[in-house]
Ligand binder design. Sequence first.
Ligand code: SF4
Ligand code: SF4
Length: 298
Amino acid sequence: MNPVIIYTVASLSGLGITSAVILFFVARKFKVYEDPRIDQVEETLPAANCGGCGYAGCRNFAEACVKSESFDLLFCPVGGNDCMTKIASLLGRDAATKDPQVAVLLCNGTCENRPKTNHFDGAQTCAITTALYGGETGCHYGCHGLGDCVRVCKFDALTMDPVSGLPVVDDAKCTACGACVKECPKGLFELRKRAKADRKIYVACKNEDKGGPAKKNCSVACIGCSKCFKVCPYDAITMGNNLAYIDSDKCRLCRKCVTECPTNSIIEIGFPPRREKAEAASDIQITAKPDNNTQTIN
Ligand code: SF4
Ligand code: SF4
């Protein structure tokens, strides 16, 4: 055989073997140990990678769970309590549980309630319009209606209502990941505790103007009159910056504030229709005095 070929094969083989040996020792020297429990925790997570936990993705959250001593500051809103309980038992720790939450829009400035006063032809994103000016209506606190929140929701839980011009939350799909809360430049979303049958009572307004100007720009604006605050038997309402705020942890959904509000800025959702007073009174009369003359009502 040609000696040139023999030398070439031999030198290349020698080079290959030397490189392999060097790589072997380098790999051993710089080997990074990764706790196998990180993979197990990651498999337990919903793989939404939404950042709702405050970490860049599910993998980072899994690493944090394994490294951290306690779960007090760790919670996956998408997986919820079941997921956190499984992770806790996997790691032999105590699970941190939280009340389930849902996103709520604190604005009811529909096209009808809050008429437009100007028109903007520029870039159609809420972030840009907010940076430039107060929006197309007289209320500078309300929704700009350009759907930044809808675009950021990874769970299809938000849609823009073309009639009202406002985003609508689908409670069944909302995971309380908080992406809309972070994205809305007007700060109009809040995560509130989920109540039975998804019932909600909240002040759908963030207008901090005084009563007159607030009402002039939006017919359902909170005017800061404190009537709801005075009527609430559970101290669930606080007043500040010409606005009422209802604490969902204290609110017992009695609805007294809703009827008291002179501008209908308190929204109630998920309740059966209210019965007229006269109707309720006649029912009581019929039940209370059964006698031979009782009429049958069809
Ligand atoms: S809620 Fe906020 S992000 Fe969504 S459309 Fe309105 S202003 Fe834009
Ligand atoms: S509505 Fe908001 S909190 Fe709910 S899933 Fe969508 S982005 Fe997350």
